[in-house]
Design a protein around this ligand. Structure first.
Ligand code: FAD
Length: 361
């Protein structure tokens, strides 16, 4: 079977590795000269977002055969809102290096691969679909599914960030929620080590010049005095993609809509969808069926996103107080209950109830 993979990012590389395990050598095309974004940054995989998986590293190793090393386990999350600061501690997930440096998730995946990658090669999916039996589109964008008519936009965000120098705890992720500089989204800091960190502001539906204003306001309001060593800015679109396969074209990672619209996390889903695409092709299984759970997660995240869109600063204060209150903290972080699943069910019922009791106009 001749298979082409477009994109040697996390989902494309995971797909290639799984195909190799099934004795298939794919042709992998990557437009850059290396895998990974040109700027290094630190990404989080949160235990809470991936339940019922208890430990992502052991899941990646045992279930997906990917021995990946994180930068550090995530042991603490600090949440700042305008009038409250709360924190949670525990086994909260992992921090991963991203980008082109040695040790990044992309470099680790690439080092596991035996098949060569055609770097500096921009691939045209239509041409690939004509010349190969199957094409896995893992290009990190919504362009192909949009053209195929199986994409619906959910959220258009700008990610404005920088690598900063200061003093950090390598096991702590810090979050800020404040409508002054990011309505219905958030900012975060993830450390590379004790002296270097990624500082990122995510804004929704903003124009490029507004983003710079919001970025400056973020620094001013929070009173940072970090030294900036690198700046970056990029657009992110999350959407719902169905079906994730059209003819001989399979859509994986962000291209398959597997970037959740609540916090903008997509790493685990990118890896899993890449692997499922490979399994579907190698074993003759249904890709749509294999990815059903991942789409359910997107739908759940969307329900929570809708609530987040309507929150004010006073709501953020209350939310953080609630999330870090001792009893709730124990229930949410020290058990393996799928909080997202249950909150979505609750939110959907509340929405239905609200609709029922809304007075007729
Ligand atoms: C700043 C930032 C922070 C993030 N933080 C987190 C986080 O903390 N946790 C989390 O879970 N997720 C996070 N995400 C989201 C996560 O990075 C993505 O969901 C994930 O990388 C998607 O993987 P992918 O393989 O689909 O796409 P990508 O990783 O973007 O890879 C796509 C690849 O395809 C290549 N390509 C594109 N078009 C072509 C073409 N025509 N021909 C050849 N090659 C092509 C690109 O160059 C790229 O290398 C973050 C994203 C960003 C930008």
């Amino acid at each position: 079977m001749r298979i082409a993979i477009i994109g040697a990012g996390v989902s494309g590389l995971a797909c290639a590795l799984e195909l190799e395990r099934h004795g298939i050598t794919p042709a992998i095309f990557e437009q850059r000269n290396r895998s990974g974004e040109v700027f290094a940054h630190v990404a989080g995989i949160l235990q809470l977002m991936n339940r019922p998986i208890k430990d992502q590293i052991s899941y990646l190793y045992r279930r997906l055969k990917l021995p990946l090393r994180p930068l550090a386990p995530l042991k603490r999350i600090i949440m700042h809102t305008p009038n409250t600061t709360g924190s949670i501690t525990g086994r909260l997930g992992y921090l991963f290096l991203r980008g082109q440096d040695e040790g990044s998730m992309e470099s680790q995946l690439f080092n596991l691969l035996r098949t060569p990658v055609f770097y500096n090669h921009y691939a045209d999916w239509r041409e690939m679909a004509r010349h190969y039996d199957y094409v896995v589109v893992a290009d990190g964008t919504q362009q192909v599914p949009r053209t195929l008519g199986c994409w619906q936009d959910i959220l258009n965000t700008w990610v404005r960030g920088a690598t900063v120098l200061g003093h950090f705890d390598p096991h702590t992720l810090t979050m800020w929620l404040n409508t002054k500089y990011c309505r219905s989204n958030y900012a975060y800091l993830t450390p590379f080590n004790r002296h270097r960190a990624s500082l990122v502001l995510i804004t929704t539906d903003s124009y490029p010049d507004e983003i710079e204003k919001k970025w400056r306001l973020f620094w001013e309001v929070e009173g940072f005095d970090y030294q900036v060593v690198e700046n970056f800015s990029l657009q992110h679109v999350s959407g719902y993609c169905y079906p994730p396969q059209a003819g001989n074209v399979l859509l994986a990672g962000n291209a398959g809509g597997f970037l959740e619209p609540f916090l903008g996390f997509g790493l685990m889903a990118a890896i899993r969808s890449g692997i499922y695409a490979a399994r579907a092709l190698a074993r003759g299984e249904s890709y749509t069926g294999l990815t059903r759970d991942l789409r359910q997660q997107i739908i759940r995240a969307l329900a929570i996103r809708r609530v987040l869109n309507s929150l004010t600063n006073a709501d953020y204060d209350r939310l953080v107080r609630l999330l870090t209150a001792p009893g709730v903290r124990q229930l949410i972080y020290n058990t393996n209950i799928d909080v997202f699943k249950f909150s979505t069910i609750l939110l959907t019922h509340l929405e239905r109830l609200k609709r029922k009791i809304r007075p007729r106009m």
